[in-house]
Design a protein around this ligand. Structure first.
Ligand SMILES: Cc1ncc(COP(=O)(O)O)c(C=O)c1O
Length: 486
């Protein structure tokens, strides 16, 4: 059978299929919001894998009806139901439906964005969005000092590449990292693994990252930064960056950005704020004070697919100084970049990012801000933070649950002190409880180990999660038999 290639691009067929797909997704969204399905239909991955071993189709195996059926029967039900009110696990947004539609626009128009001419409007949308985010940080609203990346990990890497260039010998791109004076990164003991990974990628070795101790609230202790800095100086090492969290992944704690920023400014240290999770608090009149001092940072990571309610992926890495931002990738490729003045080069996004071909990521953020305004977006953040506060109160009012700390953002960690259980078995009990809740499909939550103690961890992102859902979670945990050593 030969394929009539024109049918693959038939605009009418696209429209027809598109309508059916959107209807299907709308039903799925409603089902999720109404909790009309399990959060997760747990299947053991090794068993499930056996269902996905079909031979590569040389000929079509599905028509469009069959494709819709497959989506309906196998693919959508097998997903983690992100919009489900009892999905309380990871820091993953319940994406705004309009943003998902923008991703469709991005996919079909496929603007490669490496250079201006391969995505003119995509480039301008990105510049606009970066200006807006810079304004929220408290920086210059005219200059475009940053780039959108596929994820916070890549944003962190980009920021640290710029910091390395700033601190080190300028021809590091050509000559590699020298052994003469060791480069160091001072980062919270709770920093995201992407910081150590960036150090590994940059050839510094993950040991270059010095873990800075935190206080009982999970916040980096400024005096510990000063001690580590002093130690590096004594050893002849260069601190290329201090990395502060806003907020940290395990507990959602926010480091004291103002004090740290002032220390870094006084000692000419590069401050990177990993705001992948919490930078969106800047939208909220009620919560932006949590991030006081963020404008002192040299670079900031900010994820759209967390508290900006975007589908993955869209993150921003923003720089206080445009010149520093350009240093992250101090390379040249003559087939892409002609010799042009810097301001013109800036329109070629791949000059400043790891990616060459890059998806049009800005449209969804631009649309959300345009349609809902900062106020509308802030309402989502306020709701998430308020829910975390309420959940902490509920836990605090019980005798059989322990709260790790008051939430500083929208992450709540706690554990169940099951009656009659030996304290040495409490960790096992939390893990077994979580496993049961996930595999039953009733709730999705995560766990985190801190100083040898295992905590259940919830990230409250979904505006549809009600107090009754949180109460039901506590009840479901209580209903688990105390798990003891075999
Ligand atoms: C503080 C922090 N930084 C960076 C990341 C990595 O972001 P991404 O998953 O978007 O790459 C995360 C992810 O959860 C995070 O919590």
């Amino acid at each position: 059978m030969t394929t009539d290639l024109t049918t693959l691009f038939d605009a009418h067929k696209f429209s027809e299929l598109g309508h059916r797909l959107i209807d299907l997704l709308a039903e799925e969204l409603q089902r999720n919001l109404d909790a009309g399905r399990p959060v997760l239909q747990w299947r053991e991955p090794a068993i499930e894998d056996a269902n996905w071993q079909a031979p590569l189709p040389q000929q079509p195996t599905l028509d469009l009806n069959g494709f819709i059926e497959k989506l309906k029967k196998d693919i959508l039900p097998g997903n983690l139901a992100i919009h489900h009110p009892r999905n309380l696990g990871h820091q993953v947004a319940t994406p705004l439906p309009v943003a998902a539609l923008c991703d469709l626009v991005a996919s079909l128009t496929n603007q490669a964005m490496a250079v201006y001419e391969t995505g003119p409007t995509a480039t301008m949308l990105e510049r606009q969005v970066l200006r807006w985010l810079s304004t929220l940080i408290g920086w210059d609203s005219v200059a475009v000092n940053g780039v959108l990346t596929s994820g916070g990990a890549q944003a962190n890497l980009t920021a640290l590449l710029a910091a390395r260039q700033h601190a080190g010998e300028k021809r590091i791109w050509q000559h590699g990292v020298s052994n003469e004076r060791r480069l160091r990164i001072l980062a919270s003991e709770h920093s995201h693994y992407s910081i150590a990974r960036a150090a590994g990628i940059m050839g510094l070795g993950t040991d270059a990252v010095m873990a800075i101790a935190t206080d009982a609230g999970g916040r980096m202790r400024p005096e510990a930064i000063a001690e580590a800095h002093e130690g590096c100086r004594r050893n002849g090492e260069i601190v290329m960056a201090v990395v502060a969290n806003a907020a940290c992944t395990p507990t959602g704690s926010v480091d004291p950005l103002k004090v740290i920023g002032e220390y870094c400014a006084a000692h000419q240290l590069w401050l990177h704020v990993d705001g992948a999770h919490g930078a969106s608090a800047l939208l909220s009149g009620r919560h932006r004070h949590v991030l006081d001092g963020i404008a002192l940072a040299d670079s900031v990571t900010w994820d759209g697919h967390k508290l900006l309610y975007m589908p993955a992926t869209v993150s921003a890495v923003l720089f206080r100084s445009a010149a520093n931002g350009r240093q992250a990738f101090a390379q040249n490729a003559s087939y892409l970049f002609e010799e042009k003045p810097q301001e013109e080069q800036d329109f070629n996004v791949s000059y400043r990012t790891l990616e060459c071909t890059k998806r049009m990521m800005a449209l969804k953020l631009w649309a959300a801000f345009s349609l809902y305004g900062v106020e509308g977006m802030a309402a989502l953040v306020d709701e998430a933070f308020a829910k975390a506060g309420r959940f902490a109160e509920m836990i605090g009012a019980t005798e059989d649950f322990e709260l790790l700390m008051q939430p500083q953002t929208n992450i709540v960690c706690f554990r169940h002190l099951a009656a009659g259980i030996n304290p040495s078995e409490l960790n096992r009990h939390q893990a077994a409880t979580r496993k049961h809740l996930i595999e039953s499909g009733d709730f999705h939550l995560t766990q985190v180990e801190l100083d040898g103690v295992l905590w259940l961890r919830t990230t409250l992102m979904n505006p549809f999660t009600q107090e009754a859902d949180l109460q039901a979670l506590l009840d479901a945990i209580r209903a688990q038999p105390a798990s003891k050593a075999p």
